[in-house]
Design a protein around this ligand. Structure first.
Ligand SMILES: Nc1nc2c(ncn2[C@@H]2O[C@H](COP(=O)(O)OP(=O)(O)O)[C@@H](O)[C@H]2O)c(=O)[nH]1
Ligand SMILES: [Mg+2]
Length: 283
């Protein structure tokens, strides 16, 4: 019955929510949410893309490197244009040969940079490797939203137990089987949610209330903290700053640990799942 339900939900989702835009439909570049599907060769990126699209577009093969470069597919999900970008798998640097393969790797890096969110696909059957961590780091360094996709879960009885992913606690994890289309119906709704998180703007009033509450709860000194204001500097991704009198900065009266607490509490309060956020100090 469980499987039947999965299939039914898959079917309904695929048919009703996902529309491929007509060729001549023009979207403003800025409107399009760009999702890079990244990961080592053979982890199932192209299979996943096909599963998401419900048709055979990218070439699926059991030999590595069939995906030579990014392949872009534009879809409409609940009125949101989403560009899904399949990338060639990235291998260890020293194994990269000349020509096409190297180009594929460079393009993967380029693709991450120009995307809004990375789906980092890992294979449950192989241990998490250096390249997986390297890719997570690149996404992090470029302030990209991130979802871990743990694929080929049909090959493991207890996938949750086996996993040792790089610790990016805010990145959601989905256990899927691209081949059996299991749980892939959760991906687009999660992407939509993350896009909202990424563009969240919090009112100054709410930030004030929030900071007061943290100060009170943590028992931080009033004299200092009543002169400090939490402000949102930007969104997509969200960045915040603590406006602080210069003298406090010189005297180092705000500690990194306190910034981390504020960040953690902000995540708890506003659910920034999947999105990197920043809190810095400024005068
Ligand atoms: N058992 C299993 N095999 C899969 C799954 N997803 C992909 N594969 C297989 O893994 C191989 C590589 O898939 P592909 O999508 O080309 O990987 P890519 O190099 O990351 O694009 C193919 O033989 C797929 O059939 C899965 O969920 N379960
Ligand atoms: Mg591929």
């Amino acid at each position: 019955m469980g499987d039947l339900l999965d299939r039914t939900v898959d079917f309904l989702f695929n048919k009703s929510d996902l529309i491929k835009p007509e060729e001549d439909e023009n979207f403003d570049e800025k409107e399009i949410y760009k999702v890079a599907i990244i990961g080592r060769p053979n982890v199932g990126k192209s299979t996943l893309l096909n599963g998401l699209l419900g048709e055979e577009k990218a070439i699926v093969s059991s030999f590595p490197h069939t995906t030579r470069g990014p392949q872009d597919t534009l879809i409409l999900y609940k009125n949101q244009p989403v560009l899904l970008i399949d990338t060639a798998g990235i291998r260890q640097k020293r194994k990269i040969g000349p020509g096409i393969e190297k180009l594929g790797v460079l393009k993967t890096l380029e693709t991450i940079k120009k995307s809004d969110l990375a789906l980092l696909v890992v294979d449950i059957f192989q241990d998490v490797q250096h390249q997986d961590k390297a890719l997570a780091k690149i996404a992090l360094k470029n302030k990209k939203s991130l979802i871990f996709i743990i694929n080929k879960c049909d090959l493991e009885d207890n996938p949750e137990l086996k996993l040792a992913l790089p610790i990016i606690t805010w990145a959601p994890r989905l256990f899927i089987s691209a081949k059996q289309k299991k749980n892939i119906n959760q991906i687009l709704p999660l992407i939509k949610k993350i896009k909202e998180n990424q563009n969240r703007i919090i009112s100054q009033e709410n930030l004030n209330i929030f900071l007061k509450k943290v100060i009170l709860e943590k028992g931080w000194p009033d004299k200092i903290w009543e002169k400090i204001e939490l402000k949102q500097k930007k969104f997509n991704p969200p960045e915040f700053e603590l406006k602080t009198p210069k003298i406090f900065i010189r005297r180092k009266q705000i500690h990194q640990a306190q910034l981390n607490i504020i960040k953690k509490e902000m995540r708890r309060r506003w659910r920034f799942d999947g999105v990197p956020i920043e809190v810095s100090i400024s005068a």
